[in-house]
Write a protein that binds this ligand. Structure first.
Ligand SMILES: [Zn+2]
Ligand SMILES: [Zn+2]
Length: 331
């Protein structure tokens, strides 16, 4: 089958490889339908930060159709369309036992610690697949995972009803956070150094484009940073109103720029947000209603053999629009 495997930092290869092994007990095999390229895929390619095996079929955002079932699997059936839970968790640590697998002591992700979805087929632990709702196109099912991340961010931010939510960074996660916040009745303002991306997200969500300087005067109390850039986070800490909450979901460069005295004197809460907890099931239920809004987030739909080129274009800032989707199935 055709696959896209990451060998090392900067070394991504399109290869013809053997089909995945048949499912063992409590595993399923999927024909992958559509996969999405995530900012974390690009980060891992650029930095090698999360490479734990080589080579590994990349990709943790994808949808598929069940083509084989191992023993003991009864929550999905042959032919079911499914969405994929990207988290590979131990199930035994304190966090896992408390239902917070996103902070599992040995958390890994599909596409890194086990083969992922940038291929025609994949065999996964059965607990990583969930039956998809009917009537939602495969390209939108592939966006369930980043939508779950976005919903988790909003839960962690916990803004007051109708309050302004400010989002820095208009990539897929920033865009989807803005969409979910707007649909939950919040006023939404977005910031990106790329005016076109900011306008794209504002148009798709009913939010407006702003700057940190403009937002400071409005006294915002809730912000989400998806850039992970230390200067952006420091600017938000300086600008957010006293008692405000800043949710951090972007992973960029670590930098010691936040002054703790500012957090103390103005009672600012910083909230880290990693992946998602139970939100994937909620998103699956929301997808039929969200589906009409999702095409605005899709930049392009490409074949598997175009993935390395798409990584290069994303990293060079040459992709207009937010999410690149990969059409993985042969048919
Ligand atoms: Zn992702
Ligand atoms: Zn665990």
């Amino acid at each position: 089958m055709q696959s896209v495997r990451l060998y090392a930092k900067g070394d991504l290869r399109v290869e013809q490889i053997a089909d995945p092994k048949p499912p063992a007990e409590n595993e399923v095999t999927l024909a992958v339908t559509v996969a999405g390229i995530c900012g974390s895929d690009l980060h891992n390619y650029k930095t090698g930060a999360w490479i734990s095996r080589s080579p590994s079929i990349a990709g943790h955002e994808f949808s598929g159709v069940v083509t084989a079932l191992g023993a003991g699997v009864d929550h999905v059936a042959l032919g079911d369309r499914v969405v994929v839970d990207s988290r590979v968790q131990c199930g035994r640590c304190v966090a896992c036992k408390a239902g917070r697998g996103q902070v599992c002591d040995s958390l890994g992700f599909v596409g890194e610690v086990i083969d992922g979805g940038f291929a025609e087929a994949v065999t996964l632990p059965a607990r990583n697949v969930m039956r998809a709702p009917d009537g939602v196109p495969d390209r939108h099912l592939a966006m369930a995972e980043p939508l779950a991340v976005a919903l988790h961010v909003l839960r962690r931010l916990s803004p007051a009803p109708a309050a302004l939510v400010l989002v820095t960074g208009c990539g897929p996660i920033g865009g989807l956070v803005a969409l979910l916040a707007a649909r939950a009745g919040h006023e939404v303002a977005v910031i990106d150094r790329n005016a076109q991306r900011a306008a794209c997200v504002a148009n798709a969500t009913g939010g407006r484009v702003t700057t940190i300087e403009q937002a400071t005067g409005r006294g915002f109390l809730y912000a989400v940073d998806t850039t992970g850039q230390d200067q952006v986070i420091a600017a938000l800490v300086a600008a957010i109103g006293g008692g405000g909450t800043l949710a951090l979901v972007g992973i960029g460069r670590a930098g010691p720029v936040i002054n703790p005295v500012k957090l103390v004197e103005r009672e600012i809460t910083l909230v880290g947000c990693h992946a998602f907890g139970g939100e994937l099931a909620e998103v699956a239920a929301l997808l039929p209603a969200l589906s009409p809004h999702l095409d605005a987030f899709i930049a392009e739909q490409i074949p598997l053999d175009a993935v390395p080129n798409a990584y290069a274009r994303h990293l060079a800032g040459q992709v207009e629009g937010l999410k690149t989707l990969i059409m993985c199935s042969k048919g």
